[in-house]
Design a binder for this molecule. Structure first.
Ligand code: NIG
Ligand code: FE
Length: 418
């Protein structure tokens, strides 16, 4: 609590030749000729990756740059956490106890707990309070190598409070020097003052909240919780149409507790991702495949809710749908602050392979945010976001759990030891 939630400064420049590195092959631009097991160099200048290749082949043009000893460290791109609800007031440990005593998530929500209880705490908090609380959580994720993160609104459910959450998200990105993508999730739950008036609330989301927040530059994507305890397919489509009119990409909390047909709808709107998808159907998978929509797996929520309905991993794999893995950090169903633990759980609980899990927290997660051209892959011409891990085997990233490996982080061209 006494920790000051601010970085001590922007960190020293990472410009130089980072050499003696062991790249995780699948996470480096495919045309780079580093033979498996060979040491590689990454050249950084002005915060950008200028060149990647074998140690022995660094072009003369860069040789004047300072040399930085990689000492055989494994190198991955900066991690990407593509689905979080990081900004909120309070916590919901009481619901954890209720669920342990036998209540289900849906029962708690219908009894007035759940999302709505976080809405009360979020509305009561000032922007500075929300910032301070979220900053502590962000620091935990950053210390593990996260270089890009999605942050949703959805605990304000009224214009001024949704604005407050999104402004905090933007400020976190600026203060911590991390790429933040904001997602407007006004259609997360029905606020108590709209009880019995779902359509009126969706009209407010579409006609007032979304246009106003988009005009303020606070909305990079739009999301909806399409579920029997949240919003219907028709309401979801109305929100998607409004987003489409404004040219903002959509994504969806889809088929978490039941098959609502949300994934197929989202795919029709060219969704960046469909997330949770425990109950995703064959036709949903086919629609996502055709639209190039990413499947975002959230094993933290699956675990915390003691769910037993595993997402259709083999069918997604067979269809070639890219799979991302994220924390879904939120106070209700996934108070998780380790993306590497989620990679471990995606393997253990969902049977992803290690390479799939690693692509899931880098390359495919970047795609789920529309950041595939700048994040999630070590490649020249991109901002310098990469992590050096003193590990012998890439599988260790998904193998250890409850332990944070020491690492050196280059984020937005700066060296961070958060
Ligand atoms: O991603 N499923 C809906 N939204 C969140 C949970 C939100 C909450 O319970 O506060 C999720 O799991
Ligand atoms: Fe979520």
């Amino acid at each position: 609590r006494d920790r000051i939630p601010f970085p001590s400064g922007p960190g020293p420049s990472a410009d130089g030749i980072w050499h003696g590195l062991l790249p995780v092959q699948a996470l480096v631009q495919p045309d780079v000729p580093v033979p498996p097991g060979a040491r590689a160099s990454i050249v950084v200048q002005q915060g950008q990756i200028q060149w990647v290749g074998p140690d022995a082949a660094v072009p003369a043009a860069w040789q004047h740059l300072p040399r930085r000893q990689g000492a055989g460290a494994l190198v991955t791109p900066g991690l990407v956490d593509c689905h979080t609800h990081l900004v909120y007031g309070g916590q919901r440990a009481n619901e954890f106890a209720l669920r342990l005593a036998g209540a289900t998530y849906e029962e708690v929500a219908r009894a007035g707990g759940g999302i709505v209880s976080s809405v009360k705490a979020t509305r009561a908090a000032s922007e500075d309070e929300l910032f301070a609380q979220a900053a502590l959580r962000l620091q935990a994720l950053l210390a593990e190598g996260v270089c890009a993160i999605e942050i949703k609104s959805g605990y304000g459910l009224a214009l001024e409070h949704e604005r407050k959450q999104l402004r905090v998200a933007r400020r976190l990105g600026e203060v911590f020097g991390v790429t933040v993508r904001t997602t407007f999730l006004g259609a997360h739950a029905l606020p108590p003052e709209y009880a019995g008036r779902s359509q009126d609330y969706i009209d407010l989301v579409c006609n007032d909240m979304l246009p106003a927040l988009a005009a303020e530059g606070l909305v990079d994507a739009v999301d909806v919780f399409c579920e029997r305890i949240a919003f219907t397919l028709a309401e979801t489509e109305q929100v998607f149409r409004s987003a489409q009119k404004l040219g903002i990409p959509v994504k969806l909390h889809a088929e978490q507790l039941s098959d609502m047909g949300g994934a197929a709808l989202a795919a029709r709107y060219g969704a960046l991702s469909c997330d949770h998808i425990e109950h995703l159907s064959e036709s949903g998978i086919a629609a996502m495949q055709a639209a190039g929509t990413v499947a975002v797996l959230l094993p933290g929520a699956y675990y915390a809710l003691r769910d037993t309905h595993v997402p259709p991993i083999q069918a997604l794999r067979d269809a070639g749908v890219p799979m991302a893995v994220s924390t879904d950090h939120n106070p209700g169903t996934s108070p998780a602050l380790s993306l590497l633990l989620m990679a471990n759980m995606a393997c253990t609980l969902f049977r992803l392979t290690v390479p799939e899990a690693l692509a899931g927290i880098t390359t495919h997660a970047a795609r789920a945010l529309g950041l595939q051209n700048s994040h999630g892959l070590i490649a020249s011409g991109r901002p310098a976001n990469f992590v050096l891990w003193p590990l012998a085997d890439a599988a260790e990233l998904a193998y250890w759990f409850g332990h944070q490996p020491a690492c050196t982080i280059v984020r937005q061209g700066r060296i961070h030891v958060d």
